[in-house]
Design a protein around this ligand. Sequence first.
Ligand code: KG4
Ligand code: ZN
Length: 337
Amino acid sequence: MNNASDIYLLGIESSCDDTAAAVVHNGAVLSNVVASQEVHRRYGGVVPEVASRAHQLHLIPVVDAALKEAGITSADLSGVAFTRGPGLIGSLIVGVSFAKALALSHQLPLVEVNHMQAHVLAHFAEPPYPAFPFLCLTVSGGHTQIVLVRSQLDMEVLGETLDDAAGEAFDKTGKMLGLDYPAGPLIDRLASQGEARFPFPKPQVEGLNFSFSGLKTSILYFLRDQVQADPDFIQDNLHDICASVQARIVSILLDKLRQAVEQTGIREVAVAGGVSANSGLRRALNALGAEEGWNIYLPKMEYCTDNAAMIAVTGYYKFLAGQFAGQDATPVARWEI
Ligand code: KG4
Ligand code: ZN
C-alpha cells in the first residue's frame, strides 16, 4: 500500500511508568495509545522494578492497538522510533529491546529519540506549530527546563532545575497532604476550589535556573507547625493549601519564562511536559501572553503527559535528516538534548 513518499513510523515510549505506542504517517499522527501503570499509586511513587515488569506486560498489546488504530500492519512500517533516554534504565530496556527486535525482523531502520526533545516536538503533532526560534518551558516529573528551539533538531537548554522538577514539587507536596501519586492532577483539581492565601516563599536563583527543594521544605515545616496547633488543619484547608502551592509553582515558572523572553527577545512561547496539563499554569500563561504580546502554544492534553506520538513525530524529523541508530543502540538514564 505504500509508495516511496509514504513514511509510516512507529514510536515507542517506555521511559518511566507509561507504556505507549503511536503511528505517524509523513509526520501526521494516525494513532496514539498509552497504558498507564496504576500499580504505582499504592507505593506513592514509581517503583522501577514494578515499572519494567508492567512495560513487559503492556508493550505488545499497546503496539498492536496503535497499528490497528492506524489501519496498518507492521509490514507497512518504514521505521521504528524509540525513546533511548533519559529515564529509568529498567523501563527503557523494555522499549529499546522491543524496537530493535521489531526492526530486525522486518529489516527496518531504527531512530533513537531523546524524551526531552520529544516533549518539545509534541508541538509538531498538530498545528498550529510555533515559528522558529521559539522558547519552550518543559515541565515534567523529572525535568524543568527552558529550551531555545532553533529548529526541530537544534535545541539549547537555557536554564534548568538545580534540584527537584516542577512535577516532583507537585507530587511530593501531594504526599505530605496524603494524596495519591501522581498528585499533580489532584492538586490541580482541588486548587480550582481554593484560594491561594498561604504565602509560600519564592526561591532566589540566579539566571534562568530553577530550584524547588526550598519550597518543598517550607511546605513541610508549615504543615508540621499548623498540624501541631490543629490536627484537622490539612483536611479543613486542603483546597486553599493546594491553590497556594500551585500558585507559587506557577509563579516560579512564569517569572523565569518572562526573564528568558527579555533575555532572548523571542516572543514565541511554548510549554510542554506533564505539568503543562496544569490548568492554573495554562490560564496564567495565556493571561501573561495576552498582556505581553507573546504567541502562546499549549499542546493538547494527550500530548502533554508521556505519549508515543511525540516520539514518533521526533523520529520522523530525524528519519528525514537521515539520523539512524544501529542494532547496538543502548538505553541511557541521562542524556542532554
Ligand atoms: O511528562 P510526564 O507525563 O512524565 C515525565 O516525563 O515525568 O510528567 C508527569 C508529571 C507528574 O509529576 C505529574 O504529577 C505532573 O506531570 N502532572 C501535573 C498535571 N498532570 C500531570 N502536574 C500539575 N497539574 C496537572 N494537571
Ligand atoms: Zn515525560
